[in-house]
Design a protein around this ligand. Structure first.
Ligand code: ADP
Ligand code: MG
Length: 350
């Protein structure tokens, strides 16, 4: 115990938001020091990671499209589950080494993971972080970290509700007294909006566009609820019939229609969580409202549509992309006090 505290003085403890889209790392008392896409470049058709740190994060993403066809990029957490353990480990290891360097004392690491992952996946995250050089690993459920990052009173005897719309998953949780009372997780997120858009353009206009362009269109003119001033945008792609480049103009109304299905999936998950809530906690939510975070929550009108469906007030948290990472940072600052509660809740293994 005391030894652990002393070791703590000589190592940089880390907090990691292991997202399906983006990984953020913070250092105790220093804040967020790394924010990179959760992407790994591998040799096509294999899971051999390119060597020497040239293969992960920003570097991997920037390599895409500029490399020979033998290299491909993988997002190992794409669907909110760890689809590839080895690649996840390579990614985690790269990020930990990049931040921690070759310090003599290995760091303690707090990792926020989706609450829906299985015990086997939890174990795999811990093993990966240990092999990547962590002295001790603590897992914290993502909605708890998000709640803390958003400054919600999650340790108090009142309900706090978080809807975290990430890239591959949406996590919905109602918390009170530092514990999750009800939670639901669904494998729908911002990336499904991009996919829906791609399908729509292909079906309606025989126009093929890539994921980065679809994301760009979504960010520029996408919406979940009607806009005061509807928007239009020119989109270029390849005609599926002639094979030639072509441009069309699309409207925000049309995109809203195309995104209806994944958005409905998210709303349904929010409703299901509310239906399962303890009555006392449900009552608190009339006062406290619902807090929205994650990159997907930046889609215009997301708050309006959730508020319309639930009848509750919806609050968009500030800087929704870094909310979970900021939460792990608070965990780090209070690790001495909180690690025992993490243990008791079974969130950590030694
Ligand atoms: P994760 O936690 O799963 O890594 P993030 O919280 O980082 O996910 O959110 C990533 C998602 O947010 C992506 O689908 C991205 O397209 C989407 N996103 C980011 N910015 C915006 C924006 N301004 N409008 C709409 N969607 C956005
Ligand atoms: Mg996230």
């Amino acid at each position: 115990m005391i030894l652990d505290t002393i070791l703590g003085w000589f190592s940089k403890d880390l907090g990691i938001d292991l997202g399906t889209c983006n990984t953020l790392v913070c250092v105790r008392d220093e804040g967020i020091v790394l924010n990179e896409p959760s992407v790994v470049a591998v040799r096509k058709g294999t899971n051999i990671v390119l060597s020497n740190g040239l293969a992960v994060g920003l570097v991997a993403r920037d390599m895409l499209g500029k490399t020979p066809g033998s290299i491909t990029a993988i997002r190992p957490l794409k669907d909110g589950v760890i689809s590839d353990f080895e690649i996840t480990e390579a990614m985690l290891s790269y990020f930990i080494r990049k931040v921690h360097g070759r310090s003599l004392v290995a760091p303690r690491v707090v990792i926020a993971v989706p609450s829906g992952i299985t015990a086997v996946e939890r174990r795999a995250v811990i093993d990966s972080a240990e092999r990547a050089g962590a002295r001790k690993v603590y897992l914290v459920d993502e909605p708890m970290a998000a709640g803390i990052g958003a400054g919600l009173p999650i340790t108090e005897p009142t309900a706090s509700m978080i809807v975290d719309i990430g890239g591959g998953t949406t996590e919905v949780a109602i918390m009170s007294l530092a514990d999750i009372s009800t939670c639901e997780s669904v494998r729908i997120g911002g990336d499904n909006f991009d996919e829906a858009l791609i399908t729509h353009l292909k079906r309606t206009y025989n126009l093929l566009i890539g994921e980065p362009r679809a994301e760009q269109v979504k960010i520029q003119i996408g919406s979940a609820a009607p806009l005061e001033q509807e928007l239009t945008m020119e989109v270029a792609g390849r005609d599926t019939i002639s094979g030639l480049p072509r441009k069309i103009v699309i409207t925000s109304e049309e995109i809203r229609e195309a995104l209806r299905e994944p958005i409905a999936g998210i709303i349904e998950t929010v409703m299901r969580t509310l239906e399962k809530a303890e009555p006392e906690l449900a009552a608190d939510l009339i006062e406290n409202g619902v807090h929205l975070c994650g990159g997907g929550s930046l889609l215009r009108g997301m708050d309006t549509i959730i508020s319309n469906a639930t009848g509750l007030k919806v609050i968009a948290v500030e800087d929704p992309l870094s909310c979970v990472a900021r939460g792990t940072s608070v965990y780090l600052e209070n690790l001495e006090d909180w690690k025992d509660t993490l243990d008791q809740n079974g969130y950590t293994w030694d």
